[in-house]
Write a protein that binds this ligand. Structure first.
Ligand SMILES: [Zn+2]
Length: 277
């Protein structure tokens, strides 16, 4: 009984504080994790600034901030309200430990490409992906909800430190799901196709979806892409087929998510892999 009384008193205090201030509400979670996605809401017409980014604030005042693998312990958001007021919010970011993953037996030219021609190709392909990630569209398609693009055994996780043929390389930013070539890939959320490439050097058949406000998904190693650049897709639509193209040791889907140039962890958005039948 005592416990319940305290809860009621606490609730009244919150309600009174809210009513007394008469200020438009800014909603943000109190905490987050490295690689996570913060979804917030501010009065329509607000400007939200974080770490030099001016965020797109969608129609219902919704906005999103991605946190990268090595995000600091605390981040700050500055919200300028349409009435001229300003709010500064600080959010604690839980720090994570990451695995080390060793992959051996890759062709040496795929781990440390040397030829000028190949290096030029890699640079050009990276520029295309970078450009697609910079799209800054106010749509809030990510509010459609999320589902796994394929279901199956997870064979690689976000953030692992990669050692390829004994050489330390970039961390792995995707989630790998080991499923056979030809398995249909479904759109994990609504979006617009922002890049289609049949054969990139590292990532093979590569497809990107723009979910709005800087949030994008990339699908790698595809055997077939079933949509075209600019096409609008709905969550659950079949967009591609799994393959083993590019730098791989076997067929799998590598699904990555980015918020502009920050890599976020898809599992923090979509939740755990559903059990297979
Ligand atoms: Zn991968």
């Amino acid at each position: 009984m005592i416990h319940r009384a305290r809860v009621v008193v606490g609730l009244i205090a919150v309600l009174v504080a809210g009513a007394a201030s008469g200020e438009p509400r800014v909603q943000l979670p109190d905490s987050a994790r490295q690689g996570g996605l913060l979804m917030g809401q501010a009065p329509a017409g607000s400007r939200v600034v974080h770490d030099g980014y001016e965020l797109a604030v969608g129609e219902p005042g919704r906005f999103v901030v991605g946190l990268d693998r090595d995000a600091p312990r605390r981040i700050k958001l500055r919200i300028q309200l349409p009435d001229g007021g300003e709010r500064v919010r600080t959010i604690d970011v839980a720090q994570r430990d990451y695995d080390v993953q060793r992959i051996d037996g890759l062709p040496e030219e795929q781990v440390s490409p040397r030829s000028e021609e190949l290096l030029a190709r890699i640079r050009e392909e990276a520029a295309q992906v970078r450009q697609a990630r910079q799209r800054h569209d106010g749509r809030s398609d990510y509010l459609s909800g999320w589902q796994w693009p394929v279901t199956g055994r997870i064979s690689g996780i976000y953030g692992s430190q990669r050692i390829l043929n004994g050489k330390p390389r970039q961390p792995h930013y995707g989630i790998d799901i080991a499923v056979p070539t030809g398995t249909p890939v479904k759109a994990p959320a609504d979006g617009v196709v922002s890049l289609v490439h049949d054969e990139m050097f590292f990532s093979g058949g590569t497809l990107m979806l723009d979910h709005g406000q800087g949030l994008s998904s990339t699908f790698l190693h595809l055997s077939r892409i079933r949509v075209e650049a600019g096409q609008r897709v709905t969550r659950g639509d079949i967009i591609a087929e799994v393959g083993a193209t590019g730098r791989v040791t076997g067929a799998h889907l590598d699904w990555r998510m980015s918020w502009f140039d920050r890599r976020v962890d898809p599992t923090q958005v979509v939740g755990p892999m559903p059990k297979e039948d």
